[in-house]
Design a protein around this ligand. Structure first.
Ligand SMILES: [Zn+2]
Length: 303
């Protein structure tokens, strides 16, 4: 792979508009997650069309995501690189936003922003070569993190928080050609130690049920406990104890790099890798449960 890092200096930050409707008391959580706004961000991503690498929709969405984070974070960078896929070069871009870079503790929150080039699990064989919209598989995790970014803009974190949107998670048919952005990010990572990290993937399902993913439970049980306890503290009933499936996802590469990252994922999704992975299969309520849980986890850790 070749590396080309492009850093955008922060100039006058755009106003980060807040449409929330309630302010919590000083003794309760101080950051508010606007579920409806997160859902609009899910729809907005889908409005670009399938965010398949090397397409105009992918490039336009990258620009929008970068600008949206730019209006909230202390700094935003695009980590552009070229992956080798099936003997040819594929340009990809991770998008990285940093809050309070001088903070001592460091939390990393991530999701993938690309969508799959083929609907290879579509019930209709005629559709299996078509790209998917990825409302849940891609846009949902990003939507939650954009709203988290707005909350961190309103009340800056006391510690360092990094939001990373990975590219190329869903590109390949073979596992070797998937999770390309996280692999590159992990291999190149030279930043400060990460105390805990959470990957969001497929968190928008209307019928959301989140059990701890297997590798997460094995390799970072303290982070699982942190997040599931936070979920209980805010009454996010989609989070259930017990055993979830083992999923090859972006967190695997972070774990291999020594970053304690868990995958928050509902892998029981009927529309996975089909043309039916559309916004109507997702809900603001589900995004809200995940968003409120993450904010509570940050708050509990003094962040
Ligand atoms: Zn996928």
């Amino acid at each position: 792979m070749t590396v080309r890092e492009r850093t955008l200096a922060i100039a006058a930050a755009l106003a980060c508009v807040y449409f929330g409707s309630s302010v919590w008391s000083a003794s309760g959580p101080t950051r508010v997650f606007d579920s409806e706004r997160a859902y609009r961000d899910l729809v907005r991503q889908c409005d670009f069309g399938p965010r398949v690498p090397s397409t105009p929709a992918h490039a336009e969405c990258a620009q929008w995501l970068t600008q949206t984070l730019y209006s909230c974070a202390d700094s935003v960078s695009q980590q552009a690189f070229v992956a080798q896929v099936a003997g040819r070069e594929l340009p990809l871009t991770n998008i990285i936003a940093t809050f309070n870079p001088g903070g001592e503790r460091h939390v990393l929150l991530c999701a993938h922003w690309d969508s799959r080039p083929v609907a290879d699990r579509d019930p209709d064989p005629a559709n299996r070569g078509e790209p998917i919209l990825g409302a849940n598989d891609g846009a949902s995790g990003v939507a939650v993190l954009l709203e988290i970014a707005r909350a961190l803009k309103r009340e800056p974190p006391k510690r360092r928080v990094t939001i990373v949107l990975f590219d190329g998670e869903d590109y390949g048919l073979a596992w070797q050609d998937m999770c390309l952005g996280s692999r590159h990010f992990a291999q190149e990572y030279a930043g400060p130690k990460v105390d805990w990290a959470v990957l969001l993937d497929m968190v928008g399902d209307r019928d959301l049920r989140l059990a701890p993913e297997k590798a997460s439970q094995q390799k970072a049980p303290e982070v699982v406990e942190r997040i599931w306890s936070a979920a209980e503290s805010v009454g996010a009933e989609a989070f259930v104890r017990g055993r979830g499936p083992a999923v090859y996802d972006d967190h695997v590469w972070l774990l291999r790099r020594g970053i304690p990252c868990i995958d928050v994922i509902d892998f029981e999704y009927t529309y996975w890798h089909t043309l039916q992975d559309t916004p109507d299969k997702c809900s603001p309520e589900s995004l809200g449960q995940v968003g409120r849980t993450l904010l509570a986890a940050l708050e509990t850790d003094g962040i």
